[in-house]
Design a protein around this ligand. Structure first.
Ligand SMILES: *[C@@H]1O[C@H](CO)[C@@H](O)[C@H](O)[C@H]1NC(C)=O
Ligand SMILES: *[C@@H]1O[C@H](CO)[C@@H](O)[C@H](O)[C@H]1NC(C)=O
Ligand SMILES: *[C@@H]1O[C@H](CO)[C@@H](O)[C@H](O)[C@H]1NC(C)=O
Ligand SMILES: *[C@@H]1O[C@H](CO)[C@@H](O)[C@H](O)[C@H]1NC(C)=O
Length: 842
């Protein structure tokens, strides 16, 4: 497997040169007009040629008259040829462009005022609309700016849903004329603006923003952080990116960094069209060299805005070009002083690759301010040695009010044209096809194992393979529970995949119904969970699971392939997990070979990562509520993934500390505080996770009624021995002699903290994760250096293998419960047990 991956990587590298040369994006609709000119010209900083609208070829786009052509008699030496001519509109006039492919289009208008033939373009005053939607109203370029060039470039992203684009110029007011020097209208890549994963940040709290792709967006800032200006010549979509220096509030807080090799684009994260290599190859990081700054600080940029506009899209680009190994960099992102992303861990979002480009979209309410502030700073999780924070790029776009899909009434929708730009020569085309096939074959091969972390978080969902139902669109959501309709799978497809629910394919059963193994038409293996037909009892769980899983994606969470809700069926289709539940590898029937301590720790770390992501990965956070060893599944390579989101709930909102809810969950794993107060926090999951840790160590069920009274409940039994310092007495027989004392000690302490009676005393999942990584490092340490790193910080430290992550000792995190007098009413787990013993759990 590792080998296959290596070959794939080297193949990719080998062909990289070719790919970059030949895979350039080719827009299907591509109109580039040099207005007022008879010439076809290619600007110096561009790669494309613009045709003159006064030439035979170009004039066909000009649909109505009332315009004339002017030419600058003394063009400035350094202005582009494009700006030596202009078309002046003295009456309402329009351009009309045919649409071969509906979808998002980029529209750019170039205005470069000069004086010619009694027209002073800087005094022009006019409106511009596209298909009746106003882009510029009462617009006037003015005299440009003494500091820079005279050029005013307006760029829009517009969803087009009609046969053609009509761009109307209407002169206004005193001047009585309008003008334009150049026009670009071209198709954008499908994934440039997507609806999924857009976070709303506002004073009223965080949330999800819907329907972004149908809004008209106007570019306000496009910044290559830590890098140089990028001209259309070097950008995949012929954009201009400018350096960030002038926007930094404290220049000395930031230090530019660069990487010489191209970034590692990964499917499901950012693509080269989202931002080009050069954006991801440079960044600003914290300037830790400047000793006059505090040990922890933010880097903050202020981007000026028009205070009258309410909503802005802020797209942040990240690529970890500063770390030397995975999981070193944890940082927080703020927009306008609100948390936008807490504990961002870029390497966990990619498939364990450094320097994988990633972007996140936020919509923010500008609150009439004149600036938008973007800050990055070290997260609480960063160890003192690895404090850092980075940013690679920023785009800020105004969300134009009243946006909506621009379609002209009465026009029929045209099917997507399959037309290749003439620019692609036959040879190039052949290269592309051969490469695509090669890569596709390689991808498919490496997919025989459900590829971990196939897509990053918040990225648009991709259904494995690609058949009729693989197109994901969240445009129309089911009003009742915001379900991603693109994940719907026809019942017939599921019948086919499971051989009509063949009994021999049953791989499990639960409260919800039966689970079948299935194979989709594209040969992806899936697990099909079928709710008991005719009973709608599980409906809330079913909907909750779809809602949660369709919004998130993580290497350590079992991925949802799709669902079916036809003919009163409730069916969920997941990626298939070859090795089944963790529980089956720990105890019970079956001749499974016992897992080593290292394997067990890796499984714990993986599932901790999954749960940590649930808690922190989205602005609101999700509480799983049913963490247990049967809900941790293992794939072919024993990579752990957390499953079963049927009970999960959105976490508390910013100003609440908990969610009140009826007690649900599985017996033996229930947080005593949650049980007592019915208040759900993410610390309830931490408790359940502590029980799983003991299960992994002791290889016995959380509750075993066949044992003596004091042994029945694993959490109590384990803590009894842990407190005596004799945890080793009750470990799995298969582990005897394998676990190093330091590793076991730390593991026991970690479990103990998780099982604290009060949520406030328990560590966060992030802390648990750090500590488990430390436990693993302690286990892997070479014999002969049994000391913990902090016990020997001088010479031996440099010889220590890795500490991939320097852990924070969780004992430093303990908070004293605010109200100890509550202790009198503590319900012990055994009391709960006696109340619930007849309940089978779920
Ligand atoms: C394109 O990028 C290269 C490498 O960064 C640079 O040397 C060149 O000047 C750029 N070209 C233009 C037209 O910006
Ligand atoms: C040039 O731009 C700056 C800031 O963008 C502005 O303050 C100034 O008034 C502008 N000058 C002219 C002549 O428009
Ligand atoms: C360090 O920071 C201080 C205060 O922000 C600044 O004045 C100084 O120029 C910085 N020094 C360096 C070397 O960046
Ligand atoms: C970073 O900025 C945020 C938002 O303004 C603030 O809450 C936080 O305390 C800052 N962090 C540091 C280390 O200054």
């Amino acid at each position: 497997m590792e080998d296959g991956k290596f070959h794939f990587l080297s193949l990719t590298l080998l062909l990289f040169f070719f790919i970059t040369l030949s895979q350039a994006f080719t827009p299907e609709d591509n109109y580039l007009i040099n207005c007022g000119s008879t010439l076809e010209t290619t600007p110096i900083d561009d790669t494309r040629s613009f045709i003159g609208d006064s030439s035979k070829q170009g004039s066909i786009f000009l649909t109505s008259t009332g315009s004339l052509v002017i030419k600058d008699q003394n063009p400035s030496r350094d202005s582009s040829v494009l700006y030596h001519t202009a078309r002046v509109f003295t009456k309402e006039s329009s351009f009309k462009f045919g649409v071969k492919r509906t979808g998002t289009h980029l529209v750019r208008l170039h205005f470069y005022p000069f004086v010619a033939q009694s027209y002073d373009l800087s005094s022009a005053q006019f409106d511009v609309s596209v298909n009746g939607f106003s882009l510029l109203s009462d617009f006037s370029v003015g005299r440009g700016n003494s500091s820079g060039s005279l050029l005013v470039l307006k760029e829009y992203l517009v969803m087009v849903d009609s046969e053609d684009i009509v761009m109307l110029f209407s002169p206004l007011g005193k001047s009585g004329f309008g003008f334009v020097n150049a026009i670009e209208v071209f198709s954008a890549p499908d994934d440039l603006v997507v609806d999924q994963g857009v976070h709303l940040i506002s004073s009223k709290g965080a949330g999800i923003y819907n329907g972004l792709s149908s809004k008209v967006l106007e570019t306000v800032h496009r910044i290559n952080v830590g890098g140089l200006k990028i001209t259309p010549f070097n950008d995949t979509l012929w954009r201009t990116w400018i350096p960030d220096e002038n926007f930094l509030i404290l220049k000395s807080a930031a230090k530019p960094v660069a990487r010489s090799r191209p970034p590692n684009y990964e499917e499901g994260l950012a693509t080269r069209e989202i931002a080009p290599d050069q954006v991801y190859m440079t960044a600003q990081e914290m300037n830790k060299d400047n000793i006059t700054l505090a040990s922890k600080f933010n880097i903050t940029w202020a981007f000026p805005l028009n205070p009258n506009v309410m909503e802005y899209l802020v797209r942040l680009h990240f690529c970890d070009i500063v770390s030397t190994s995975l999981n070193q960099l944890y940082f927080d992102v703020f927009i306008n002083d609100y948390y936008a992303y807490k504990d961002l861990d870029l390497s966990s979002l990619s498939d364990h690759l450094l320097a994988a480009p990633y972007y996140v979209d936020f919509v923010t309410n500008s609150e009439n301010s004149e600036n938008i502030h973007v800050s990055v700073g070290p997260s609480e999780l960063s160890s003192s040695m690895r404090i850092n924070a980075i940013l690679n790029g920023v785009e800020i776009m105004r969300i134009v009010d009243g946006g909506g899909s621009i379609s002209r009434s009465g026009s029929k929708k045209k099917p997507l044209g399959v037309l290749l730009g003439a620019a692609v020569g036959g040879f190039c085309l052949l290269c592309v096809v051969i490469l695509a096939v090669l890569v596709a074959i390689k991808c498919r091969k490496s997919k025989s194992k459900p590829k971990p972390g196939e897509t990053g978080t918040w990225a648009p969902l991709r259904v494995p393979g690609s058949s009729s139902y693989s197109k994901v669109s969240e445009g129309t959501t089911n009003a009742s529970y915001g379900v991603n309709l693109g994940l719907k799978i026809p019942f017939a497809e599921i019948q086919h995949a499971t051989n009509n629910f063949d009994k021999n394919l049953i791989i499990g059963s639960g409260g919800f119904g039966l689970v079948y193994k299935g194979v989709m038409r594209d040969n992806t293996k899936v697990a099909v969970k079928r709710g008991v037909p005719e009973s709608r009892q599980g409906l809330p769980e079913f909907q909750s699971e779809i809602t949660v899983l369709s919004k998130i994606r993580h290497r350590h969470l079992v991925g949802l392939v799709g669902y079916c809700e036809e003919q009163s069926e409730m069916i969920l289709v997941y990626e298939f997990m070859e090795k089944g539940p963790l529980k089956n590898h720990l105890y019970g029937s079956g001749p499974l070979s016992p897992l080593s301590w290292k394997q067990r720790l890796e499984i714990c770390i993986g599932s901790a990562r999954g749960v940590h992501y649930l808690h922190t990965g989205s602005t609101q956070g999700v509480i799983h509520r049913d963490i247990k060893s049967t809900n941790i599944l293992l794939d072919e390579g024993y990579v752990a993934k957390v499953a079963d989101f049927g009970l999960s709930r959105a976490g508390p909102c910013i100003d609440e500390t908990h969610v009140s809810t009826g007690v649900k969950g599985s017996f033996g794993y229930l947080d005593p505080e949650y049980f007592k107060r019915q208040q759900l926090t993410d610390k309830s999951d931490v408790y359940s996770f502590g029980v799983v840790l003991l299960e992994v160590l002791c290889a016995r069920p959380a509750v075993d009624p066949s044992l003596s009274r004091e042994q029945v409940n694993l959490a109590e039994w384990g803590m009894l021995w842990q407190k005596k310092g004799l945890l080793r007495q009750i470990i799995d027989q298969n582990l005897v002699g394998e676990i190093k004392s330091s590793s076991l000690r730390k593991f026991g302490e970690t479990a103990e903290k998780c099982l604290a009676d009060y949520g406030v005393d328990r560590p966060t999942m992030g802390d648990v994760l750090w500590n488990l990584e430390y436990v693993l490092q302690l286990q892997l340490q070479e014999p002969g250096i049994p000391r913990e790193p902090h016990e020997d910080s001088t010479t031996a430290a440099s010889e220590l293998p890795i500490p991939a992550a320097i852990p924070r000792d969780i004992s430093t995190n303990i908070r004293i419960p605010a109200n100890m007098s509550d202790g009198s009413s503590v319900v012990t787990t055994s009391q709960i047990f006696s109340q619930l013993i007849t309940n089978e759990g779920r």
